[in-house]
Design a protein around this ligand. Structure first.
Ligand code: 4NP
Length: 162
């Protein structure tokens, strides 16, 4: 039996929000001493930035908080929906596109909005897209993602008895 829990973060380009969420969640999992129990990755619904590293603004903003973002962008594939226990979209468009891909191949895929795990925010809250905004947006995104990832980890630990 595979006792690892697999988590996939999804955004549009896979260079800003989802690689950040991947890095923040990984840091939280490591802090909890649970690194060996998780597989964590991120993807984009688009192929716009396939093979690119993370956006420099994301890297800089995260580095100020001691988080290293190191990832190569790739587009989501239908087999991701078989492989990952949790598929977490940053916004409702990411979720819609991911569900559409899942409907064709794996309708049981567990596709949710990341912020639905933040008890302090409404269930339909999104992680805003910082790409076309200023650097302040990246710091705000960091705060939002950090809170949601904490809620996600609490949920997974309770659900999987970790
Ligand atoms: P992300 O941000 O989805 O958080 O990685 C974006 C990155 C690239 C683009 C849009 C959003 N783009 O239009 O290229």
């Amino acid at each position: 039996m595979n006792d690892r829990v697999s988590v996939l973060f999804v955004c549009l380009g896979n260079i800003c929000r989802s690689p950040l969420a991947e890095a923040i969640f990984r840091a939280q999992v490591e802090e909890a001493g649970l690194a060996s129990r998780f597989d964590i990755d991120s993807v984009g619904t688009s192929s716009y930035h396939e093979g690119d590293g993370p956006d420099e603004r994301t890297v800089r903003s995260a580095a100020r908080r001691g988080v290293t973002v190191d990832h190569r962008a790739r587009q989501i594939r239908s087999d991701d929906l078989h492989r990952f226990d949790y598929v977490l979209g940053m916004d409702s468009e990411n979720v819609r596109r991911t569900r559409r891909l899942a409907d064709a191949t794996n309708p049981d895929a567990n596709v949710r909005l990341l912020r639905s795990f933040d008890q302090a925010s409404p269930p339909d809250a999104e992680v805003p897209d910082p790409y076309f905004g200023g650097p302040r947006g990246f710091d705000d995104v960091h705060d939002v993602v950090e809170r949601a990832c904490r809620g996600l980890l609490v949920h997974i630990r309770a659900t999987h008895d970790l």
